[in-house]
Design a protein around this ligand. Sequence first.
Ligand SMILES: *Cc1c(COP(=O)(O)O)cnc(C)c1O
Length: 350
Amino acid sequence: MYPRIIVKINKLRENIEKISDIVHKKNMSYMLVTKVFRADRDILKLISDLDFDYIADSRIMNLKNIHNLQINKKKVLLRIPMISELEDVVKYSDIALISELKTIKKLSEEAKKQNKNFGLILMIDIGDLREGIYNEDHNIYIKEILDSDNLYLEGIGTNLTCYGGIIPDEENMSRLSKLASDIEHEFDIKLNIVSGGNSSSYYMLDKIPENINNLRLGELVIFGRESAFIQNIDFLHQDVFEIQAEVVEVKEKDSKPVGTSTFNAFAKKVEFEDRGIIKRAILAIGKQDVDHNYLKPVNEDIEILGGSSDHLILNVTGLETEVGDIISFVPEYTGVLNAFTSDYVHKSIK
Ligand SMILES: *Cc1c(COP(=O)(O)O)cnc(C)c1O
């Protein structure tokens, strides 16, 4: 059935194994970030035996879906929680990232209600300007967590290269490292986790200060690419996923639309270059499945011309393409996210 996304599970397993080796040799742990494939149950069943340390996802709904799978790893909620979802947060995760006193107080009440001891990682904003406390007295937050019933401080963490495009470097990493030591001295505690960021921290693995002992990794492991400089890692697979769609029309037509020009399906003015007659194929896949901006045809002679909600139009001039053919694409991160989010895309694990 098409469109479909194919998961090459052995390639994913190999990527996880290699990164586990590298990270553990540095005496660090890592969270496998599953949000891009929506913590898909069937995928998780086939990788849960591997040596990653935590399962981490941004949505509690995804963690709820895998709640009854027998996986012997702690579950971490990556997006700082909504107050309105705290019941599920406590029920379906073990650790959450946190940055607000009000949420800490409410979490304590909820954890008490459920008679569970819940772990928190206090997020520190070191310049990317997404989540985390910023130029505030961290002691107030640490004290609040340490003093709260049914909560414990698992550690601290930071997030980079998400909103502000700031990469980890020796300066901001040593600030995080110093903050961790200060907290340990001040409160006479040991932080279990000092989480130094996501796939953009991989490039400086050899230079990360010693007490930063955890990373949260999605893109690196799943797409074989670090995200500070967007470089493929040569010993990892970049093609864990493939998307396939079926051709429903092939015709020779003009390259420039004919008639009075107005807006396209997305209320945008469009302009076309006249390249004469070309061979065009329509595929039964559209933005309701995967946004074509995040797809790259495997066959490099195929050009994506455009698409709408349900159709994708290709230039297949010079190719043997026929109705009923299946065309393959390598999806970007957002393409995989789209595919797993859309009910219309079939999932196939190979
Ligand atoms: C998505 C996410 C990550 C993982 O990012 P990658 O670039 O895919 O490694 C880590 N931390 C948080 C808070 C996230 O939301």
